[in-house]
Design a protein around this ligand. Structure first.
Ligand SMILES: [Zn+2]
Ligand SMILES: [Zn+2]
Length: 278
């Protein structure tokens, strides 16, 4: 355990295709680094990854909560059957949010009008279920904000994951009731506008994530990313804000729990037991 830090990885993919050693080994390594909570995202056109995430959350209550959705990359694989099964999966108590959903005009793996249609349908599903949304947005800031607004995502709120936009976008997302989740990108030298937002955003809206297995932060950039690495991202955000790693970590963990209405098991600390009278 790294000192007294406890934190949550607010967005990770632990599919067996990324981590053949299995999620338990990955989470045990993270636990050593102080990571006590995992928001595990299951996306993919055939829903196999979503099923995997729900099963993991069911097996590890108090440690894992799941998000299920259809990534904008896979929007073209949307069918009525996918919609039916996703509704069942997303209704499970282990599922804390619908996500990741959104728009990706950088890769354009699915036609843009299909991405917009599926994004709108999934915001509607989240509202129907009363669960927040986890938003992926890349090279599509105006359309993302417009859809969040027109589909009334404000009713459920959520998280802009892997925040990589600027302050103007952040202001509107905060107005819509969203939190901002910072990934390894905030540790990259070139990410000035993301660092500006990380330094400025209200502390009670700041989350940290790895987006494992992608986007490993400095100083492990270029390696496979895993949840243990979230501490590097937390350290950078703390530095940018001029607060301690402990303070940032505790706030980010609290914010993650509040946003996903999940309470993660925190290890009991000797000082807590002393305060409780032994
Ligand atoms: Zn994403
Ligand atoms: Zn992701």
């Amino acid at each position: 355990m790294a000192g007294s830090i406890t934190l949550a990885d607010a967005h990770c993919h632990l599919d067996a295709s990324h981590f053949p050693e299995g999620p338990d080994a990955v989470m045990d390594r993270a636990r050593e680094a102080g990571v006590v909570g995992f928001v595990v995202v299951g996306v993919g056109g055939d829903l196999a990854s979503a099923r995997e995430a729900v099963a993991l959350a069911r097996r590890q209550p108090g440690r894992v909560c799941a998000c299920v959705g259809v990534h904008p990359h896979d929007a073209a694989s949307w069918t009525e059957e996918v919609e039916r099964e996703l509704r069942v999966l997303a209704s499970a108590p282990e599922v804390a949010a619908v996500g990741e959903i959104g728009l990706d005009y950088h890769y354009d793996h699915s036609p843009r009008h299909v991405q917009r249609d599926v994004f709108a349908r999934l915001i509607a599903l989240a509202r129907e279920l009363g669960k927040p949304v986890v938003v992926h947005t890349r090279s599509a800031p105006a359309d993302t904000l417009a859809l969040l607004e027109s589909e009334r995502a404000r009713d459920v709120g959520g998280v802009i994951h892997c925040f990589s936009e600027d302050r103007a976008f952040a202001e509107r997302a905060l107005d819509l009731g969203f939190s901002l989740s910072f990934s390894g990108i905030v540790t990259f030298k070139s990410a000035r506008s993301v660092q500006d937002v990380a330094a400025w955003a209200p502390l009670d809206r700041v989350l940290v994530e790895t987006d494992s297995p992608y986007l490993a932060p400095v100083p492990v950039r270029g390696h496979r990313c895993e949840p243990a690495h979230v501490v590097h991202t937390a350290r950078r955000v703390a530095e940018l804000r001029g607060i301690s790693l402990e303070e940032l970590s505790t706030a980010a963990l609290d914010n993650t729990e509040r946003r996903f209405s999940k309470v993660f098991h925190r290890p009991s600390r000797p000082q807590d037991e002393a305060a409780a009278g032994g």
